[in-house]
Design a protein around this ligand. Sequence first.
Ligand code: AP5
Length: 212
Amino acid sequence: MSPQLTRVALLGPPGAGKGTQAKRIVAETGLTHLSTGDILRDEVGRGTELGQAARGFMDRGELVPDGLIVDMIGGRIGDARSGFLLDGFPRTVAQAEALDRISPLDVVINIDLPREEVIARLTARRVCENCGRIYNLAFQPPEDPSTCAACGGRLCQRDDDREDVISHRYDVYENQTAPLIEFYRGRELLQEADGRMGSDAVFERVLEILGT
Ligand code: AP5
């Protein structure tokens, strides 16, 4: 990997494949994976104060307020001294400006996917409740649709993967997150990957961008 590209963010709509690619990228590069969605779901699961504050926003498919998110992720970014891969952050211009003050990015990889494809993918997504492995009943079906092939854990559907919530999440993405494409293009940090390609082809493109 290019030694210059150790502060990386994945951008893209819900279901574009950010989590799927992030797991492969960190296995290949050793970067620290920081997923705000995973951290928030863990907080919700443990019933922490932050989890209780975030839960309603997440269930409705809305963004958790910027202040809570920046406080949550800022320290973790500071701790990731050998580099980090952000997945799901930043998601608003205010978050991007806060990130600039904490640790400016080296590259932003935008994985794009149209709305119809997002809905098809997310209604069929299942996640292992034990190891977090991501499956898709339509595109990458596991042998047993209720059991993780890697660890035997139970495969579950996320609370926010109902069709009405997915559609609202896409609207929220278009209104609040998509402006970051021009924000980072203007800083000459933006690189593009076509999320409609298969997972292996997207991964190859990402490795090409990272010089790995
Ligand atoms: P978060 O968990 O970040 O959700 P998201 O951005 O909506 O993204 P997803 O996890 O749904 O999709 P993904 O792009 O990771 O796709 P995946 O790889 O799973 O956020 C959840 C909530 O938390 C937000 O709504 C908000 O409330 C809150 N939140 C989080 N961060 C926040 C922030 N910064 N600020 C404020 N609030 C925040 O893939 C999807 C499916 O497609 C899977 O089934 C997978 O197997 C399949 N798939 C993947 N790639 C391919 C491919 N190439 N071809 C075919 N199928 C594929």
